[in-house]
Design a protein around this ligand. Structure first.
Ligand code: HEM
Length: 553
């Protein structure tokens, strides 16, 4: 009897899933592209906490566990170009809950991202990070336009000045002499802190040290935000849990405190900026993302009070939602990019010398103090090309899902030439930039070569140029292009310029290890990645780099 009660619901569930899998498979066949059949999709939220328990299936013989890799949103990080190399630029992931057309074909990506009205964010992904309030990334259509209009004003040239200055000053404060040898794990934590510091001062306008616990708080801003961001998936799953503290394990109790603390920090910061928005003169320009956002919102509110119809400003919780998403989207992405860029430069001394040549020509470590962002930043093309190439090889974005609202034509490439398929509502399209960035459409796709992004202009100057032919889109394109694109570029260029103006970076060797063996080991470590909000290394402690003071000092 007990056995029956336990297994009957499972049998019903399995029968229900099998029936839907057959229906989805029949629908997928109509596309006439390769199909990968999966028992579960990463769009099934219940699967997320269970997934680690099934890691063993990958070890099954005869490829029986090959499906497992495709059941995480970040499967591209692990798979790279393998599946696209085998099946082509368009294929379907067919599971009981959904069919996903996966594409790395340029015209398809172009079409989807240019038209976010017909191709909105998939509901399954968009609501993930809305626990502080609806925001830019959680909304679609008219709602999204309202968020985008207010938040766009935050990313202005004045804030870029602040990003430049803060990035350089925070890099100067890192002790690369006292701790010259760092594992890639330590590199990541170093730049996690740096990225958070830049976001706290440029994002919040936070002036006190991030580690201070002000009156009325239990945690510092750094500790609360850091804890939430490091455990964001857990926050997502347990945030709405109303259980009394005594029943919660220590980890969830701490998470609850951090979530409440960060909300309080946001509340105080919004209030502070709302008050200063009233006292500052019209002409004084905001210096933090939050201040700019609050100011634009207050102006919108005033106009909205005189107009009829739906309010066009953001509510308080929407301001929090956006501020949190800026932190979430801007912290790991930039820190992760640095974690890959520095070892790539260490392993390619010729490229490093080429970048240093540019830095020595245009950059001086006083650049932050003298505030020369406007003059120096645009000249550091080789530094920026290093970021472009790093992102080509290690993009932080997972598979980006879009769900068509009405039947849409999607271009595909086949061995007999290009054609289109009709994608109906209910089928997702999944942009697979890992496949695109490592495609043979690039010359020598696996090699780190920032020079591929540098061209010479008619006046003889080096300029950044994306090669024609292959697809490049770490920040995507179209109306939903990453609003923090320039923020991340300015931060990256400032950090690399500051470091290489004083240090060379070398591959770390253990006693008796040859240069070649150390490089091979480093490449092996850089090659094994996984996704958790951004790109992470599987074994970051197994390789490292060393900062060597440059001779000119
Ligand atoms: C290397 C750095 C970065 C990369 C590669 C990157 C990449 C991306 C990508 C691919 C998207 C589109 C996601 C989608 O539509 O599904 C996006 C959106 C977004 N990013 Fe970034 N990002 C970076 C840095 C930043 C920074 C520094 C900030 C803020 C300070 C930021 C804020 C955002 C926001 C708010 C969105 C949502 C935009 C919308 O939906 O309209 N990002 N980013």
């Amino acid at each position: 009897m007990y056995l029956y009660l336990t297994f009957a619901p499972l049998a019903v569930f399995a029968a229900f899933r099998s029936y839907h899998l057959i229906l989805n498979y029949l629908a997928a066949r109509k596309f006439g592209v390769p199909i990968i059949v999966l028992p579960v999709s990463f769009e099934d939220l219940w699967w997320m906490p269970l997934r680690p328990l099934f890691a063993w299936v990958e070890k099954l013989p005869f490829g029986l566990g090959d499906w497992y890799v495709y059941t995480t949103m970040g499967w591209g990080h692990e798979d790279g170009h393998k599946t696209t190399g085998r099946l082509g630029e368009t294929f379907v992931l067919c599971s009981p809950s959904v069919n996903q057309v996966v594409t790395s074909y340029g015209p398809a990506l172009d079409k989807v991202f240019k038209n976010n009205k017909n191709w909105p964010h998939a509901e399954s992904q968009s609501q993930l990070f809305a626990f502080y309030g609806q925001n830019l990334s959680s909304t679609n259509g008219e709602e999204w336009k309202r968020h985008r209009k207010i938040t766009a004003s935050a990313f202005n040239e004045k804030t870029m000045h602040a990003v430049w200055k803060d990035s350089i000053l925070n890099t100067m404060a890192i002790d690369f002499i006292g701790e010259s040898a760092r594992t890639l794990g330590r590199i990541r934590s170093t730049f996690d802190v740096l990225a958070m510091q830049v976001l706290a001062s440029v994002g919040f306008g936070q002036e006190m040290p991030l580690t201070t616990i002000p009156p009325g708080h239990q945690e510092s801003l750094m500790d609360s935000l850091g804890f939430i961001l490091q455990h964001v998936m857990l926050t997502l799953l347990f945030n709405s849990l109303k259980a009394p503290d005594i029943l919660l394990p220590g980890m969830l109790r701490r998470l609850k405190v951090s979530v409440a603390e960060f909300r309080l920090y946001m509340k105080e910061a919004v209030l502070r900026h709302m008050q200063s928005a009233h006292t500052k003169t019209e002409k004084s320009r905001p210096t933090s993302l939050l201040e700019a956002m609050v100011k634009a919102n207050e102006m919108e509110k005033q106009q909205s009070e005189t107009a009829v119809g739906k309010p066009s400003y953001l509510t308080e919780s929407e301001l929090y939602g956006n501020l949190f998403v800026f932190n979430l989207a801007g912290y790991e992405t930039t820190a992760g990019t640095m974690t890959f860029a520095l070892p790539f430069l260490a392993a390619h001394p010729d490229i490093q010398d080429w970048v240093i040549e540019e830095i020595d020509r245009y950059y001086s470590p006083k650049a932050a103090v003298e505030n020369e962002y406007v003059e120096i930043y645009p000249k550091l093309v080789r530094c920026l090309s290093t970021m472009y190439e790093t992102l080509r090889l290690s993009s932080p974005a997972p598979l980006l899902l879009r769900d068509p609202l009405t039947p849409q034509e999607l271009p595909i490439s086949t061995s007999t030439g290009p054609r289109t398929i009709t994608v109906n509502p209910g089928t997702s399209v999944s942009a697979h930039y890992w496949g695109a960035h490592l495609s043979p459409r690039w010359t020598d796709p696996k090699t780190f070569n920032p020079k591929r992004f540098v061209a010479i202009s008619s006046s003889g100057e080096e300029t950044l140029e994306i090669p024609e032919g292959p697809v490049y889109g770490p920040w995507i394109s179209g109306p939903r292009v990453c609003p923090g694109k320039k923020f991340s570029q300015v931060e990256f260029v400032a950090v690399v310029a500051q470091i290489l103006s004083r240090y060379c970076i070398e591959v770390q060797k253990v006693a008796g290890e040859s240069e070649e063996a150390a490089r091979t080991k480093l490449f092996g470590v850089l090659d094994k990645k996984y996704f958790n909000i951004s790109t992470h290394l599987v074994s970051p402690e197994d390789a490292g780099i060393t900062f060597v003071r440059r001779a000119k000092d």
